[in-house]
Design a protein around this ligand. Structure first.
Ligand SMILES: CC(C)(COP(=O)(O)OP(=O)(O)OC[C@H]1O[C@@H](n2cnc3c(N)ncnc32)[C@H](O)[C@@H]1OP(=O)(O)O)[C@@H](O)C(=O)NCCC(=O)NCCS
Length: 164
């Protein structure tokens, strides 16, 4: 009966992403999504270690039973760095990353972070839109930092968002 109720709940909540802190059980799904989203994947073991690390905050979004996205950052001494954020291809463009990011910034603030940094490829339009709408501003630039998707090296932008 409980299993049936859980299944029905998952079925009817499929449209609405559910956000929660990631647990080690999320590591395989996050590793798969990371590998689909970035050239350099992280192994399941690495992700499990990061999830267990007390200075790392990892949140995931699920639609129904499926992992739809995750966000991960490291925080220390009042500053945080977003290490990775990704949403499954079939689920993109529905505001899932925006929800994850807003929730994440709130959590980081509660953990004592006063400024959040990240690096992003200047050609990554969806990511730049996501960050700019969330109040991140460019504070630096690393020329030719990424291999680049269009046959030329791409610059990394360093973005900052104050939380205080
Ligand atoms: C970046 C990423 C996480 C965004 O996830 P998402 O759930 O689709 O994002 P949202 O639906 O919350 O939308 C965020 C913004 O991106 C825009 N966006 C989403 N998909 C887009 C696309 N294909 N092209 C242009 N803009 C897009 C949205 O319009 C929105 O901007 P707006 O608020 O100004 O309209 C997702 O594209 C992804 O996983 N990319 C691969 C991994 C990656 O590059 N991560 C970032 C590394 S720094």
């Amino acid at each position: 009966m409980n299993a049936l109720l859980a299944w029905l709940r998952a079925l009817f909540s499929a449209g609405e992403p559910a956000l929660a802190d990631a647990t080690p059980a999320d590591a395989p799904g996050i590793a798969r999504l990371h590998a689909q989203s970035f050239r350099q994947g992280w192994s399941e073991d690495e992700i499990e270690r990061l999830i267990a690390d007390r200075s790392v905050l990892t949140q995931r979004a699920r639609t129904g039973r499926r992992l739809a996205g995750f966000i991960m950052s490291r925080h220390a001494a009042g500053e945080a760095e977003i290490l990775s954020v990704a949403v499954a291809r079939g689920q993109q463009g529905r505001g899932i990353a925006q929800r994850l990011l807003i929730s994440h910034l709130g959590r980081l603030m509660a953990l004592g972070a006063r400024a959040v940094f990240l690096e992003v490829d200047e050609d990554n339009v969806p990511a730049l839109r996501l960050y700019r709408r969330a109040g991140f501003r460019e504070v630096g630039r690393r020329p030719g930092y990424y291999a680049g998707r269009y046959g030329r090296p791409a610059n990394a932008l360093i973005l900052r968002r104050d939380l205080a």
